[in-house]
Design a binder for this molecule. Sequence first.
Ligand code: HSE
Length: 349
Amino acid sequence: MYTYRLVLLGFGAVGQGFARLLRDKADDLRVRYQFGAQIVGVYTRRASLFDPTGLDTSALLHAAQGGGLSAYPGSPKLRRDLDAAAMIAHPEADTLILATPTDLADPGPAVAQVKRAFQAGKNVITVNKAPIATAYPELSALAKDAGLFFGYEGVVMGGTPAVRLAQEALAGSRISEIRGVINGTTNYMLSRMEAGASYAEALAEAQAKGYAETDPTADVEGYDAAGKLIILIALLFGQTLRLDQMDCHGITEIGPQAIAEASAAGERWKLIASARLTDGKVEASVKPIRLPLSDPLAGVEGIMNAVTYVTEEMGGVTLTGAGAGGVPTGFAVLSDLLALHRKRLAGAG
Ligand code: HSE
């Protein structure tokens, strides 16, 4: 039995979804995997909580859903004065969970937090996409050199294992193309608009359900999907692409009329992310496309996402599953922690 000691930066929908899973599955995880985890620190823009004896997960969730984390009750060892840097490097913690909002326009702070954690000898699990989208080669080398775990399953398709499928199950195959629906918010909105909701109603629902980014512009203008595509290109093709090197369009111009026209023609709008590797060159785009209903991606509705990896050996390998939301993405953090635990048990991490 080993108990990991976690510091969470960010406690929004994903941080809370993860905390709920950790609380509700604690007994099961102990019995099945000899795994335990304690949240010892939570840092957000408004609150800082650190208790080396472990924070009370139910009380954290209760406070977050009520008056905010500053309403978390006091306890003998509780500290409310640590800044993010002190918490990341705290000797009583061993793993950083980076669940802060993604800002692809200003990735510096998130990248620096991951580096600081590795320099302090901590494992890192990130659901913030910025470090992977902008600094994956450097950060993964740092983790490797330090013998630390670097988990990022949640950066593409939440807890649906798009990353582990590509990096582990498909290791050894040659992937030449990636194509998918990889933004949950816009897919949910398109489905809701097809059912009669207005654009504003559909977006408000996606925000209320915890699917959208803190700034939903990233979702509706295609940048979230583009960021995920850049990540898949880095992981699968080993190439670094910037947002401005990609043709990127969102769904802001898809209104009721466009949806009705597609429907009348037996088609459906989908925000499609695609990348192809030809002779070492990558061509990538994110744009709304009218797909015939016979296309498998046309049937991916609501919060579901799907990605197809076109391999030389097996043709297309497709994965479908929930792509956003607090618990589905929180599950990615748990899945990474269990991967860390397996490595630890195997003596490699
Ligand atoms: N805002 C993102 C989405 C969250 O809607 O897909 C998951 O990355």
